[in-house]
Design a protein around this ligand. Sequence first.
Ligand code: NAD
Length: 267
Amino acid sequence: MNLMKGKTGLIMGVANERSIAWGIANQLHLNKANIVLTYQNESFKKRIKLLSEKINCKNLYKCDVSLGPENENSIENLIKNIKKDIGDLDFVVHALAYSDKEELKGKYVETSRQNFLSTLDISAYSFTRISKSASKIMTNGGSLLTLTYIGSNKTTPHYNVMGVAKAALETSVKYLSVDLGKKNIRVNAISAGPMKTLAGAAISGARHVYRYSEKIAPLQKNPNLEQVGNAALYLLSDISSGVTGLTHYVDGGLKVVGIPNQDLVNI
Ligand code: NAD
């Protein structure tokens, strides 16, 4: 229970107690990490403040990573403030994504240019930008982690442009691992199975995807917050010190299934 003792890290993406970022924060807190949280905007602040108290998090910062005059240098300012208030970082968790809900229900072919660009910007590019900024204050090396989904390399219903963003994100993980490896900074992703969160619910047909995945996954279960949190604990702690550039699946084994056994589907 002491795997993160002496380590300080930033976790981005807690919206509520069902957020994957919150599942990760809990496991890291149990393992004695010192945690810094961000919230996207004022509407999240009160809830995140209450949650932060449960994990002894004393440092909360606003950070919206989307394009816009107000947010232009939000990531750089966040890192500057962390350096000033706390010092160096040992790890960063990037658990955020966004796309227009209207384009997560129809067909991919209908994707607008504007939503394509903003989805890729928020959901993929932000990880590269936070990696660049945060690596400057990771003077003892460390670990960067992002969250992805199997919709990056196979089609899943209505995941659409988010699948394209996750493909870009997973490839970013590989390139970042090469760029930052010489500083002993590792870069990995967790590909989680479907989970009932705000972001998950934004995708049309999420219930069907959830039930289908649960049925055909070898473990016959979708992952829970604790399981994803524990996989993150492994990737963020020194026990994975030889691992970088990886997308690690926490999906009950769903990824390996090509055609499900006949008793599981009615055709
Ligand atoms: P969530 O809704 O709890 O978290 C999404 C977070 O993204 C929120 O905290 C939100 O504030 C933040 N966010 C969105 N736009 C932002 C912006 N412009 N600036 C800063 N923050 C912004 O949902 P979640 O499911 O916990 O999502 C976390 C990550 O996990 C996402 O990358 C998601 O794609 C990924 N993921 C989710 C599932 C799932 O089934 N829920 C499966 C695999 C991967």
